[in-house]
Ligand binder design. Structure first.
Ligand code: ATP
Ligand code: ZN
Length: 225
């Protein structure tokens, strides 16, 4: 029995979105305590369960309806949508609203000594990234061919390690790029965290709860502006 009467919300277990995601839900009046060892945190005062998972798993869980809501970076959401479209798998979500945290950009960056003019400077070269689908879409739109170097981590060290000529990675301040002898040349995707809902209809009681949460999220985010 994988369906539940309790509203399931997936949030990042630990990482850049975890604190803000938990804080937002608490500000909405959802009372819960997180046990670091546990996947699920039950809310005390509402029929809500929080699922604490890797951020990369959240879009799929929402698209497949395993959870009802999710808080996720638009970068990860869009990448998963492109990936699923490629393999003909269901990729819809209902985007409820953008949130006011998790701002970052997915950018191209090259070593300091690289004479970069525009994206065409990367023609035929190898680019390391954890976002192969977003990178492909950008490069295809520009008609530029390149070689893949798929890395889930340590993308920023790939050029120095001789694995790639450039990278396509998330940037917020640019400090990591600089520390690795790279500079940002092109923003290919701007991202914020967002609140998404599984496709299809919710039961009336879950829908009423989502409406209540949404009106509170709107209030909380507005008050912080
Ligand atoms: P997980 O263990 O959950 O897979 P992760 O290492 O993939 O974690 P984090 O580094 O915690 O993920 O980043 C989560 C999200 O935070 C990113 O997908 C992005 O939306 C957002 N983010 C904001 N600023 C940055 C940044 N400077 N670098 C990376 N991600 C950022
Ligand atoms: Zn991740």
């Amino acid at each position: 029995m994988t369906t539940s009467n309790r509203l399931r919300i997936a949030i990042q277990k630990s990482g850049r979105l975890s604190k803000d995601s938990q804080q937002l839900l608490k500000s909405c009046g959802i009372k819960f305590n997180v046990n670091e060892q546990r996947l699920i945190a039950h809310a005390d005062n509402m029929p809500i369960d929080l699922l604490r998972v890797r951020d990369d798993d959240i879009p799929g869980l929402v698209m497949d309806g395993v959870v009802d809501l999710g808080i996720i970076g638009e970068n990860v959401l869009e990448e998963e949508q492109l990936e699923r479209e490629l393999i003909g798998k269901r990729a819809e979500v209902i985007k409820l609203r953008p949130l006011d945290f998790g701002a970052c950009r997915l950018s191209l960056a090259v070593p300091t000594e690289f004479a970069y003019q525009d994206a065409a400077s990367l023609e035929g070269l190898r680019i390391a990234t954890s976002y192969p689908n977003l990178l492909r879409r950008f490069m295809q739109n520009k008609g530029i061919s390149y070689q893949d170097c798929m890395l889930k981590g340590s993308v920023e060290v790939a050029p120095r390690a001789g694995l790639a000529d450039g990278i396509c990675d998330l940037v917020s301040t640019g400090a990591t790029l600089e520390a690795n002898g790279l500079y940002e040349t092109e923003v290919i995707f701007r991202s914020m965290a967002c609140l998404v809902q599984a496709p299809g209809e919710l039961s009336p009681s879950k829908q009423a709860l989502v409406d209540k949460i949404m009106s509170r999220v709107n209030g909380v985010v507005q008050a912080r502006e």
